[in-house]
Ligand binder design. Sequence first.
Ligand SMILES: Cc1cc2nc3c(=O)[nH]c(=O)nc-3n(C[C@H](O)[C@H](O)[C@H](O)COP(=O)(O)OP(=O)(O)OC[C@H]3O[C@@H](n4cnc5c(N)ncnc54)[C@H](O)[C@@H]3O)c2cc1C
Length: 373
Amino acid sequence: MAEKKICVVGGGLAGLVASIHLQRAGIHCHVIEKRTYPFHRVCGEYISNEVLPYLKSLGIDLAELRPSRISQFQLTSVNGNTATLPLDLGGFGVSRYQLDYFLFQKATCLGVEFSLNTECEKITFHDDNFTVQTNKGERSVDLVIGSFGKRSKLDVHLNRSFIQKRSPYLGVKYHIRLNNYPANQIALHNFQNGYCGISCVEDEIVNLCYLTHRKNVKTHGNIRAMEEAVLFQNPYLREIFGTAKFLFDKPETINEISFETKSPVVQHILMAGDAAGMITPLCGNGMAMAIHSAKILSEHILQYCRVGGSSRNQLEKDYSNSWGKLFAKRLWTGRQIQRLFGDVWTSNLAVNLALHAPRIANSLIKRTHGEPF
Ligand SMILES: Cc1cc2nc3c(=O)[nH]c(=O)nc-3n(C[C@H](O)[C@H](O)[C@H](O)COP(=O)(O)OP(=O)(O)OC[C@H]3O[C@@H](n4cnc5c(N)ncnc54)[C@H](O)[C@@H]3O)c2cc1C
């Protein structure tokens, strides 16, 4: 392998997995992460089983984290009609607090270098080299992986088009305890202008995570008032909120979640995970896509690093093509399925579809999961 300096900007799933993949193959990686592990993130924390063969090939065994095994899907409409379906491929539940910390420790053991609590402020490309500027200094590197998630200040510096448009979506997450919540079930409960996922992670902790419109909060003044006025219209959510023991002092929240299309290569930066494209949460498996994009990007980078390997131009072209083939359709499908949620009429249509045409419903669910890789 030719000696190349690689900087990974953002240590979420995509950045951590890419750094593990490359470091195992003998390419040294430096990860810049603005926070310090472990920390909570807004995420439903359900991961499709499609990722398991690849993680195993990287020597990552998540059984140590005691994840819940999820094989059943419950859907409820805004007014509480319900249907339950099996999940053919299924998945598992593990908190990002544990998962990202676990991957960070694996990466550290392999020799990945981390700059934590460090924010990347600017990335510039000139003379076939990058200058990566952070709040603590700057470095010159050959390749940059942009794995800085759905929305970052860097997107503003890079003048990406999606950042120019405001997005109305807001995400809210709690960890709760519920008596006798079925550990094998992921539920999607609809409410007006939003939907809420509920599933177990490790240690019988239950993740409650929902996506809604900013206007819902604006109308009711604050999150708690909105939950009581809007989410509680669904009798399942009213019951869950009424009986749950909340484990956080306040919910984790994020604003401005955008599902606009993005590009996997921007100013020569190779984007992975949500930085390359964000799937509608709970209608797709963003975590599996982040891991899968880290895999294909690492493979293309290894090709480039080989002595006499591909040129930068070829690397960027090949990665863009592979990314489009794998994910473009899936992102589109996620956006279409999301239209079935967040409204009385359409959410009842979705429940009726699940009750009376389970084969069609199963085929839709299948499209939100990829093939094992
Ligand atoms: C409400 C909601 C629910 C979801 N539920 C699920 C689910 O149940 N299942 C699923 O598979 N997916 C789900 N997703 C999607 C999933 O969370 C993402 O697809 C996944 O986290 C993407 O991983 P990533 O590595 O691309 O980004 P992230 O995990 O967001 O990591 C990006 C990292 O970059 C760091 N960073 C950002 N800017 C900088 C900077 N300038 N300098 C240094 N570091 C920086 C951040 O601190 C962060 O650690 C959900 C998303 C939302 C919003």
